[in-house]
Design a protein around this ligand. Structure first.
Ligand code: ADP
Length: 632
């Protein structure tokens, strides 16, 4: 096959431009990325061979090799791992499949300055392409284990790359960088210097479980020198805490997460006895962009006695901890273990329980010992952790204990439920909350009026999942969780007989109007009643205590489920002039065409006030415009 030239996909081209112009200051990390890919390729080959012994591949001396050539100014990273087929090279190296990358590039365009761009690159990590920070041309030669022909890929990182088949490629992959001239002022060092390579490998890749060898250039007249192994290969999770520096842990995190930033916390956990395992878990410092997408890869890596078995092992942690990265190395599992078997395995389930508790207790520690770290954690992962309130009843209390919520008590300090309970007023039995799209819209909603007037604290819940967990959880320490937009709220009715009597009298007076309005608004409203929760607004809509809220209804519909439309309750404020006026007009007149329009408008206003949409916006606008016109 002749050499063919291909265009990079648009996103890939943008990313490459960035690498070439290299806004990332720490350029030497390209070597970490290439070594990390090589190490993955060796893991994959060992596993494939384990599963299929007939695979025609040599696994006798799996390793990574770094060659430098001072004269030609090249650096080559070579592995004898799984390799790639011709098609795979085009797919994996020519395009960017990662769903987060598109978001990344969009943000990058918006980031005006270099500092912003640098932060963003660190956030995503760019793997193979980072080679272009140090090289003006890259060549990759690869042969997939078991296949006979190899593939050569070359590119100068501009708009195109070439592909050709090669007959004599060894198994695995070699990546050769044609290095740019060294430019120490811009953090571009001389990567043909053996001591520099030693230093970089030691710093970033010491824990890689495969030997990373370097063959020094022969001095004149010498025979071929012995290769030197640059890394210790000690699995970090098997070493004791005081032998390993934080930086080393962080480099392992970067290798397995493809995140270039430091993690928020490293968690070590070891178990001895009948089912022995060692684990290192990391809580990232930032939520990945695709955390809430269906194809988000979750789970930690599973090893069996230092042998890599699988990525994204979802049996080890529950879905709501899917952001946790790390390694679990179990001693007593078969190397051939499958995902299905893991899901069923009793020991794995016990391990999952223990890891889960450990992560939750770590978050609890943040909370009690390090407020800033807790705040970062909750900002990044609070939403996903709350999913656990629905799915993990065993740890519900532990999750509630570390949860915090926006509150009317303070503008930017969230509160825990325990703190809320401590502040509850005498005679207040329930924990009040309201759900909605944004703090602003719910804080100003009419439902809040009586609470504001009486200084009663309300939790402001704005995540989609909040709509659901509050119902599932129901109470905290014997205090009911109550939506202020549901059911009857009477903050002074209880224990205040006079107020109660007054309200009854009013209800009798208004009975005619209320019944008539209910008929007029029958399509949307199942009851019209006087309100004890309004002090300023004329009206609001509320749900029955056990009804679905409009947001939940929408959520179910978005998921494709059929849900009947729930009719709501319209509450009127008898102290409001508009409502008083309606009442008088109702009592006085027989012709109620005007009045019917007013009722309809009042209902729509109530819907708007809680952040909802008018059912028929055009009609609403017309009715309002007609009325405005009459006032001119
Ligand atoms: P990432 O490693 O984050 O997936 P890269 O751009 O570094 O992104 O690599 C893209 C893909 O190319 C890898 O996921 C892997 O499938 C393949 N690849 C890269 N380097 C190698 C290698 N040395 N051997 C085999 N496959 C490789």
């Amino acid at each position: 096959m002749p050499t063919e030239t291909f265009e990079f996909q648009v996103e890939a081209r943008q990313l490459l431009q960035l690498m070439i112009h290299s806004v990332y200051s720490n350029k030497e990390v390209f070597l970490r990325e290439l070594v990390s890919n090589a190490s993955d390729a060796l893991d994959k080959l060992r596993l494939e061979k384990l599963r299929d012994d007939s695979l025609d591949a040599d696994v006798s001396d799996l390793h990574i090799e770094i060659d430098i050539d001072k004269e030609a100014r090249t650096l080559t990273v070579r592995d004898n791992g799984i390799g790639m087929s011709y098609d795979e090279v085009g797919q994996l190296i020519g395009t960017i499949a990662n769903s987060g990358t598109a978001t990344f590039l969009k943000e990058l365009k918006e980031a005006q300055d270099e500092a912003g761009a640098e932060g963003l690159i660190g956030q995503f990590g760019v793997g193979f392409y980072s080679g272009f920070m140090a090289a003006d041309e890259m060549t990759l030669v690869t042969r997939r284990a078991g296949e006979s022909q190899g593939t050569r890929w070359t590119s100068r990182g501009e708009s195109t790359y070439t592909l050709e088949t090669v007959a004599d490629a060894p198994q695995g992959t070699s990546v050769t960088l044609h290095l740019k001239p060294a430019d120490p002022d811009n953090q571009l060092h001389d990567y043909t210097s053996p001591w520099k390579i030693r230093e970089i490998v030691k710093r970033y890749s010491d824990f890689i479980t495969w030997p990373i060898r370097m063959v020094p250039e022969p001095a004149d007249g010498d025979s071929t020198p012995e290769p030197e192994t640059l890394n210790s290969m000690k699995a970090l999770w098997a070493r004791s805490r005081d032998e390993v520096s934080d930086d080393e842990y962080h480099e392992l995190y970067k290798h397995i997460s493809h995140d270039w930033r430091e993690p928020l916390e490293t968690i070590r956990l070891q178990a001895e006895g009948t089912f022995e395992y060692q684990s290192l878990l990391f809580i990232p410092s930032h939520a990945p962009h695709d955390l809430f997408t269906r194809d988000f890869k979750r789970g930690v890596q599973l090893y069996v006695k230092r042998v890599f078995i699988m990525d994204d092992c979802e049996a080890l942690l529950p879905p709501y901890l899917r952001f946790v990265k790390g390694v679990v190395d179990a001693a007593d599992l078969s190397l051939n273990v499958s995902r299905e078997i893991l899901q069923q395995d009793r020991h794995i389930r016990m391990m999952q329980r223990r890891l889960t508790k450990k992560v939750l207790s770590t978050v609890k520690d943040f909370m009690t010992k390090d407020a800033d770290r807790y705040a970062t954690f909750w900002r990044e992962f609070g939403t996903v952790l709350k999913e656990g309130l629905l799915t993990d009843t065993e740890n519900r209390d532990a999750i509630l204990a570390v949860a915090s919520f926006a509150t009317t008590h303070a503008d930017d300090e969230p509160t825990t439920l325990a703190q809320y309970v401590e502040r509850m007023k005498d005679g207040q039995d329930d924990i009040y909350y309201i759900t909605g799209e944004s703090r602003q819209s719910i804080e100003n909603s009419p439902h809040m009026e009586a609470f504001r007037a009486k200084g009663i604290e309300v939790l402001l819940l704005t995540d989609g999942v909040d709509e659901v967990w509050v119902d599932a959880v129901g109470e905290y320490e014997g205090k009911q969780l109550r939506s202020i937009a549901k059911g009857e709220i009477d903050l002074d009715g209880k224990g205040d007989e006079k107020a109660g009597e007054e309200r009854e009298k009013q209800a009798e007076e208004y009975a005619g109007l209320l019944g008539w309005m209910r008929e007029r608004l029958e399509e949307d409203i199942k009851e019209v009643r006087l309100s004890a929760r309004l002090t300023v607004s004329p009206a609001c809509v509320v749900s029955d205590a056990h009804d679905l809220t409009p947001a939940l209804e929408n959520m179910y519909r978005a998921m494709g489920q059929e849900v009947p439309r729930t009719k709501r309750i319209l509450e009127l404020n008898p102290g409001h002039p508009l409502v008083k006026g309606l009442h008088q007009a109702y009592e006085a007149s027989e012709d109620r065409t005007e009045l019917a329009e007013s009722a309809e408008l009042l209902h729509t206003l109530a819907v708007l006030a809680e952040g909802g949409q008018p059912k028929d916006p055009a009609r609403f606008v017309k009715l309002v415009a007609d009325r405005l016109e009459r006032t001119l």
